[in-house]
Design a protein around this ligand. Structure first.
Ligand code: 5GP
Length: 196
């Protein structure tokens, strides 16, 4: 079992509706040493890809993306959830359905920050149905940039996102893949992945 799987077993809380809460160490209170290990691990997995930008989506992807970007020594860009309808032509826009809130957000990235010479590593905390990742891929590809990898801290392998993205040919690396989780017995099972 790797360090993230161990931490999920220790401090993760299984909620109804296939939600795993990790707010004591990943996306509300944050364990910065753990973040740093996550950043280093993604660096090791993607270091040959000549990454020029790390892209994520607000809010909970940002901290992980910063940790990754520190290893690559490149900037982080995060897609903003925009409520404004006055979006001008200077933005890339994608529609993303929120897994946790079930609403649809327009997410935007300024055209200033991704260009056709960029090699983009997309990072997020969770992968469920893949809507957030698809939105970020669409923004990257609208810019003419290359998606060189997708890095996910926790993939829920029983939901469809991972399968779809791998079938599309993207290089997806998830540090922990939850195969099943049971809110009544508080059990989590992981898919076998590389030990890190
Ligand atoms: P997807 O777009 O793949 O359906 O869902 C991914 C997004 O929803 C992530 O950005 C993450 O913030 C949120 N999310 C999905 N599943 C979970 C979960 O089980 N726990 C938490 N905390 N967030 C989740």
């Amino acid at each position: 079992m790797n360090f993230l799987e161990e931490r999920i077993l220790k401090d993760g809380v299984i909620k109804p509706n296939n939600v795993l809460k990790v707010d004591s160490f990943l996306n509300h209170q944050m364990d910065i040493e753990l973040m740093d290990r996550i950043g280093e691990e993604f660096y090791n997995r993607f270091k040959d890809q000549k990454v020029t930008k790390v892209l994520t989506i607000e809010a909970s992807g940002i901290a992980i993306a910063c940790s990754v970007a520190r290893y690559f020594k490149v900037p982080v860009v995060f897609a903003k959830k925009s409520k404004s309808i006055n979006i001008d032509g200077e933005m890339y826009i994608a529609e993303v359905e929120s897994f946790t809130h079930k609403n649809i957000n327009k997410v935007i990235v300024s055209k200033k920050f991704i260009s056709d010479t960029d090699k983009v590593l997309i990072i997020d905390d969770f992968l469920a149905n893949g809507c957030a990742m698809q939105g970020l891929i669409s923004i990257t590809e609208s810019a003419g940039a290359e998606v060189v990898g997708l890095g996910i801290a926790i993939e829920k392998g029983f939901q469809i996102g991972g399968k779809v993205l791998r079938n599309l040919g993207y290089h997806l690396e998830s540090l922990a893949i939850v195969e099943s989780m049971d809110p009544e017995n508080h059990t989590v099972e992981f898919r076998e992945t590389a030990v890190v």
